[in-house]
Design a protein around this ligand. Structure first.
Ligand SMILES: [Zn+2]
Length: 230
């Protein structure tokens, strides 16, 4: 069976209680994106940025995977071909559910990154400004998350995977953030069957061959059951 590539976005973690910058009333609504999710914001006020990500890290550590995460882990375990998850999410809920082949294109809350030398290490629960890098001692530790204006991680591998995919599914993504919003076109050009699974149609829903609307915790297990023929 041919490879499956699955793009996941905030919609799959929302049902585990993790909000996004588009939600009102959540963690993001108290801050401007340019203050907490850009390199310029970090340069201006690293303390604010660390407090923001410390809160997100704490929230993510308390979250549990939902039925959609579990269904994707079951697909990877039972499907007789490769199943790769490319996620825009910085939580570890796919891994917590048992998925192994996961690429975090926007980094992870679990990681720290040295802005001076690029060294990566496991982030402590609370990061502080001025914390020295364990490799070069520069006081420039930052969360290992991709901010607006920065290049997402693993792009060459992701494009290779899309070119080889037999099935491409996008789950819980808005279709408003590039390059992820264009993955469907890359997969389609390569001959993959494309399916969007979402609460509401995304901005790029017309690029997909198939659309399934509904809660991720319901629609994803149903799709996986069909994929596995059970
Ligand atoms: Zn360093």
């Amino acid at each position: 069976m041919g490879p499956i590539v699955i793009l996941t976005g905030a919609g799959i973690s929302a049902e585990s209680g993790l909000g996004t910058f588009r939600d009102e009333g959540g963690l993001w609504s108290r801050h401007r994106i340019e203050d907490v999710a850009t390199p310029e914001g970090f340069a201006r006020d690293p303390g604010l940025v660390h407090r923001f990500y410390n809160a997100r890290r704490q929230q993510a550590a308390a979250a549990r995977p939902n039925a959609a995460h579990h269904a994707l882990a079951r697909l990877e375990a039972a499907y007789p071909g490769r199943v790769t998850i490319v996620t825009q999410n910085v939580d570890a809920l796919h891994e917590a559910a048992g998925s192994r082949d996961v690429l975090h294109m926007h980094g992870t809350l679990a990681g720290a990154l040295c802005a001076a030398c690029g060294h990566r290490w496991a982030a402590p629960p609370e990061m502080q400004p001025g914390h020295p890098c364990p490799a070069c001692a520069a006081p420039t530790a930052r969360p290992d998350v991709v901010w607006f204006g920065e290049m997402p991680y693993h792009m060459d591998r992701i494009w290779d995977l899309l070119r080889a995919a037999e099935i491409f599914a996008a789950i819980g993504t808005s279709g408003q953030v590039y390059p992820a919003a264009a993955f469907v076109q890359d997969a389609d050009r390569a001959g993959a069957h494309t399916v969007e699974i979402n609460l509401e149609p995304s901005a790029v829903v017309s690029d997909f061959a198939e659309t399934r609307l509904g809660m991720a915790s319901v629609a994803v297990p149903a799709w996986v059951a069909e994929m596995l023929g059970d």
